[in-house]
Design a binder for this molecule. Structure first.
Ligand SMILES: C[S@@+](CC[C@H](N)C(=O)[O-])C[C@H]1O[C@@H](n2cnc3c(N)ncnc32)[C@H](O)[C@@H]1O
Length: 259
């Protein structure tokens, strides 16, 4: 493990404890299904950007019928966890996990039917380049379906939002729905659709904060480090208000490459 990994083994263990085995983002299989609303994966070749520890890649094959998923990520611990999960699921012939460097994807033009991503593009500052790369690697008629954590505007964050982003310490590069839409349109996508998920996640996050800080706190501290849990509680206490105001606004983003 590199000392610079943001999602190191202890962080992976905590997030999976909160969100489910192999999930480093909220919502589980139901939320993945909502991201894929109207996008049929059966028999399709799928790119999963920021695959994390791999439960979603497994889900895309097992539950959604993808022929093959290529999961890419930039950090060793998550790639190792994802590869182990894929092998344990007996799906090594249908899922490959590749460690990549940030920047252009190491794939030929028109390699995939669907580009998927769940809550990972937040780590990629250049949304325009990302949209152009997704468009390039999609086959004509291919679909883009992602979830990501956005913020309501591209100006200076409010003091509450800046405080929250500082606590996350995860290199967040949040952008507005308008910037995402312009990036998708500019890349050439059609039927671009953004769905605001902050009303849903505001409720979820409040329940997560209650789980971490309520009667179960001692159990969390026993399974993870007490100081680490205290920091997570502080982070969630900062996150819930900015979800409620809507400044922190997770969205689903979909688009279609013209046939
Ligand atoms: C919040 S996790 C989500 C992981 C997974 N999609 C899930 O929902 O469980 C974000 C992931 O994005 C990865 N990531 C960060 N920068 C990236 C980049 N430039 N390209 C691809 N993945 C990246 C991180 O290493 C991490 O695994």
């Amino acid at each position: 493990m590199s000392g610079e990994d943001l999602y190191d083994d202890s962080h992976i263990a905590f997030l999976e404890d909160l969100w489910g085995e192999g999930f480093l983002s909220p919502g589980g299989p139901e939320e993945v299904a909502r991201v894929l609303d109207g996008v049929d994966l059966r028999g399709k070749y799928v790119l999963d950007i920021g695959c994390g520890s791999g439960a979603i890649a497994v889900l895309l094959v097992r539950e959604h019928g993808a022929a093959h998923v290529t999961g890419i990520d930039v950090e060793d611990p998550v790639c190792a966890a994802a590869r182990a999960r894929v092998a344990a699921a007996g799906l090594s012939d249908r899922i490959t996990v590749e460690k990549v460097v940030p920047g252009p994807f190491p794939f030929r033009d028109q390699s995939f039917d669907v580009v998927f991503s769940k809550d990972s593009i937040i780590h990629i500052p250049d949304k325009e380049a990302l949209a152009a790369e997704a468009f390039r690697v999609l086959k004509p008629g291919g679909r883009f379906a992602a979830s990501d954590w956005l913020r309501s505007h591209d100006g200076a964050p409010s003091a509450e939002m800046a405080h929250y982003i500082r606590l996350e310490a995860l290199d967040f590069a949040m952008a507005s729905p308008e910037r995402y839409r312009a990036a998708m349109d500019g890349a050439g996508f059609r039927d671009v659709e953004l769905v605001n998920r902050s009303p849903w996640y505001a409720g979820e996050a409040a329940a997560e904060l209650q789980e971490l800080s309520g009667p179960n706190r001692a159990d969390w501290e026993a399974r993870h480090d007490a100081a680490f849990i205290a920091h997570q509680i502080e982070t969630w206490q900062a996150m819930v208000p900015v979800l409620r105001t809507g400044e922190h606004c997770p969205h689903h983003i979909r688009g279609r490459k013209p046939a």
